[in-house]
Design a protein around this ligand. Structure first.
Ligand code: ADP
Length: 449
């Protein structure tokens, strides 16, 4: 059993982990940059240690400093949260060498899933349906022309090391292929240090459906149904819900079993998400995230389980605390991501919070590290809070979300709050009838940007 764990992260996700640890009687260590000395995770943890200057490269991403903080404080394990070092196989390897437990999957699994071509090949072998496309990497433009003609236009060129929506280029026709191919390669090279690309059929109106899986590292795994995260801006999710409004019970059980079996087969440990595009009743694998997702609370909402607690438990070597049969869906949950950004351009808007009030009441959860008087530093992600609601059904969840949004006060900076007020009045959102392109089109029409 762990007595003390270190959280290699900041913001709301650091609080999320501290909360789970505290309920388990485990002491927590926060790490922070000099810019975060007054941050809530520093106040809330049992201990805090400064690991470097504001730039995340020199602090939250600095492997040597994080490991040193662990050694100084005697923490036995590290929870990485999401982002930062959460999917860094070299970091996980380094922890192994220092006898520190990583609360997450093995370095090998992170490596396999971090390379999109290897991930796709692995999933295909495990029986997971994939988007039609090239067999592995496409070395040059001539090959790209042949592959694209075979698949049929439109196609999407993807950097194998890509992430966060970067390193992806659409070619609607043969005319656009050369430019798309070269730009995807260049972006892969400059952003991820790897210019290998592959080609996929571009789906015109899919939904983004992702299956939450969980394994014990000993060949047992379950699925916790799906989340629909189709409302995206620039490939970034802004609104997520579970269960997916377009997925029926039979489909859920079928794709859930495929995913659970796949991760059981590779002895996967901890939380993972298998992401799909879903079009005309068919699933197409796009990638697997080997960590806790930002949107995990909607899954916790409908199943009533604590995924972080479960991550810590299996990292300690315990079995999972639930079986597939224990996992029954109750009601509907929705999350909105509130960013410190100014509409209509979503430009970052850090600054001092002059008043903060979180909504409350039945079925409302606010995961945020804000407090009145806090100054949001300009160095990090603009996510300042996640508002999560749960209702007996989708309609109740939507009404609750509208009510809770009305109670939320964030004064002193601009936020994306007005976007959600407007979205909730949209028939497509009310009926759950949208694909991954819906929000971009809506923004163009309604915000002009
Ligand atoms: P990243 O790792 O950058 O997040 P993903 O492969 O997960 O990249 O894709 C991110 C988003 O890009 C998807 O949610 C979807 O909106 C879009 N996308 C990816 N692949 C395709 C495809 N084959 N057809 C259409 N859209 C796609």
């Amino acid at each position: 059993m762990f007595e003390k764990i270190l959280i290699a992260n900041r913001g709301e996700i650091a609080l999320r982990v501290i909360r789970a640890a505290r309920e388990m009687g485990i002491k927590s260590v926060a790490v922070h940059s000099t810019a975060d000395a007054d941050a809530m995770h520093v106040r809330m943890a049992d201990e805090a240690i400064c690991i470097g200057p504001p730039s995340s490269t020199d602090s939250y991403l600095n492997v040597a400093s994080v490991i040193a903080a662990c050694e100084v404080t005697g923490a036995q394990a590290i929870h990485p949260g999401y982002g930062f070092l959460s999917e860094n196989a070299n970091f996980v390897q380094a922890l192994e060498d220092h006898d520190i437990t990583f609360i997450g999957p093995t370095a090998e699994h992170i490596r396999i899933m971090g390379d999109k071509i290897t991930a796709k090949e692995t999933m295909k072998k495990l029986g997971v349906p994939c988007v039609p496309g090239s067999d592995g990497g496409v070395p040059d433009y001539e090959t790209a022309q042949k592959v694209a003609a075979d698949i049929g236009y439109p196609v999407i060129i993807k950097a194998t090391a890509g992430g966060g929506g970067r390193g992806m280029k659409l070619a609607k026709s043969a005319k656009e292929l050369e430019n798309a191919f070269r730009t995807a390669r260049a972006e892969g090279k400059s952003a991820f240090g790897n210019d290998e690309v592959y080609i996929e059929k571009y789906l015109g109106k899919p939904r983004h459906i992702e299956v939450q899986v969980f394994g014990d590292g000993k060949g047992n795994a379950v699925h916790l149904a799906e989340r629909d995260c189709s409302l995206q801006r620039r490939h970034q999710k802004v609104f997520e819900e579970a269960p997916g409004p377009a997925i029926d019970a039979e489909t859920r059980a079928r794709i859930g079993k495929i995913c659970a079996d796949a991760v059981a087969n590779i002895n996967y440990i901890g939380a993972g998400t298998i992401e799909f595009l879903f079009e005309d009743g068919e699933f197409f694998f796009i990638e697997m995230n080997t960590r806790l997702q930002v949107e995990h609370p909607v899954t916790e909402g409908i199943f009533g389980v604590d995924l972080v607690r479960e991550q810590i438990r299996v990292a300690e070597g315990n079995p999972m605390s639930f079986t597939q049969d224990d996992l029954q869906i109750h009601g509907h949950a929705i999350e909105v991501r509130i960013n410190a950004e100014k509409l209509p351009n979503f430009s970052p808007c850090p600054g001092k919070i002059t008043a903060f009030h979180a909504p409350g009441g039945l079925g409302v959860r606010m995961d945020s590290a804000l407090y009145t008087g806090y100054s949001i530093p300009p160095y990090y992600d603009s996510l300042i809070g996640k508002l999560i609601v749960h209702g007996r059904d989708r309609e109740e969840a939507l009404a609750r979300l509208k009510r809770a949004l009305g109670e939320l006060i964030v004064d002193g900076i601009d936020t994306t709050l007005p976007l959600f007020h407007a979205l909730l009045d949209e028939p497509a959102v009310q009926t759950g009838n949208y694909d991954i392109h819906w929000l971009e089109k809506w923004l163009e029409t309604n915000l002009g940007g």
